[in-house]
Design a protein around this ligand. Structure first.
Ligand code: ADP
Ligand code: MG
Length: 314
């Protein structure tokens, strides 16, 4: 792992037990500057992990807890009307005092599915276009968290088209329900010996992130990795029979953004050329794009592509 992210990973490991995939997904999102969506039951450290990564990045940070009455102005800011008497008559100006989503570099949108539709739609459009009106916004990455929505009547699940704006998608699950008793023990031990507050977080800094983004742009993706990507997408559609009604396999995500995530995985591992092991990062695209019961199968497939190619090389 390359330096800055090693520091960050250690920090996350020290404060949060388990949740390997969520940690990796967050790192890949920050490296690739793509938005991240984490869904999982309450109390599974979603907010905590997002906070750790946001704080340590030393980016301009916006934390917003979404709720049922979230108004758009709380996110984008307030309009102010001013009047001025001039030689040519009265001048009326409309300005916006920019809110968090227009000024931050990293935004944590906690419990995003709680926000009412009209605010959510505008918010997601801004995230997608990275623009408000004509003006570009400085936002690099938004991290959205959500509970599984089925049992909360006021929560409307984000629809697939909206979710697709979050390139990285990941399911968090509880360690206890997951019967991860070794990890459960570690949490209990962690909180038995210290109080668990985390005021100080190691800083990675904007400069390191800019450098890693420059690296990402230069990563070489050899033909073997390109072929591996295509064979994975082919497998999803042809073998697994995914189609428009049971999945969201957009060309944008799987043929374009996927390459960025492969490059990010390569940067994360300190390489300037991607290899077949980077295809494993594709699993972080899948959570809400393919049927749930396919996720493990897809992960196995990515692994087998890696191993198959290794064999044929020999
Ligand atoms: N795996 C874990 N490792 C360490 N602490 C944890 C873990 N899971 C939960 N916690 C504790 O539970 C608290 C609640 O987590 P939080 O991030 O608010 O959950 P969520 O946002 O998923 O509802 C955390 O602040 C932390 O103190
Ligand atoms: Mg939370």
């Amino acid at each position: 792992m390359s330096n800055a992210f090693e520091v960050l990973r250690n920090e996350m490991d020290e404060l949060v037990i388990g949740h390997d995939d969520v940690k990796t997904a967050l790192l890949l999102g920050v490296i690739s500057r793509e938005h991240i969506y984490i869904q999982g039951p309450p109390g599974t450290a979603k907010t905590m992990l997002s906070e750790i990564i946001s704080k340590s990045a030393e980016l301009k940070f916006f934390f917003y807890q979404m709720h049922r009455d979230t108004r758009l102005s709380e996110l984008v800011g307030d309009l102010v009307i001013s009047r001025e008497d001039t030689e040519n008559g009265e001048l009326i100006r409309q300005d916006i005092i920019k809110g968090g989503i227009l000024t931050s570099e990293i935004a944590l949108l906690d419990d995003i599915s709680r926000a009412p539709g009209e605010s959510l739609n505008v918010l997601l459009r801004i995230l997608n276009e990275r623009k408000y009106g004509q003006e570009s916004i400085p936002l690099l990455t938004a991290i959205a968290t959500s509970n599984p929505t089925a049992d909360e009547y006021y929560n409307e699940p984000l629809d697939p088209a909206n979710l697709d704006r979050f390139v990285i998608q990941i399911n968090a699950s509880g360690l206890s329900y997951g019967k991860q008793w070794d990890n459960a023990k570690k949490i209990v031990s962690l909180y038995s010996t210290k109080n668990g507050s985390y005021d100080f977080v190691t800083k990675v800094g904007k400069k390191a992130l800019d450098e890693s983004y420059d690296k990402l742009k230069k990563v070489i993706v050899p033909a073997s990795v390109q072929e591996g990507l295509i064979s994975f997408v082919t497998w999803l559609i042809e073998d697994q029979k995914l189609n428009e009604s049971n999945s969201v396999i957009s060309d944008r995500t799987f043929l374009v953004k996927s390459i960025k995530i492969i490059k990010a995985h390569s940067v994360l591992n300190g390489r300037d050329e991607a290899n077949l092991s980077d295809l494993k990062a594709l699993k972080f695209l899948l959570a809400f794009r393919v049927p749930e019961d396919m996720l493990q199968l897809a992960e196995d497939k990515l692994e087998s592509i890696e191993n198959q190619k290794k064999k044929t090389k020999k």
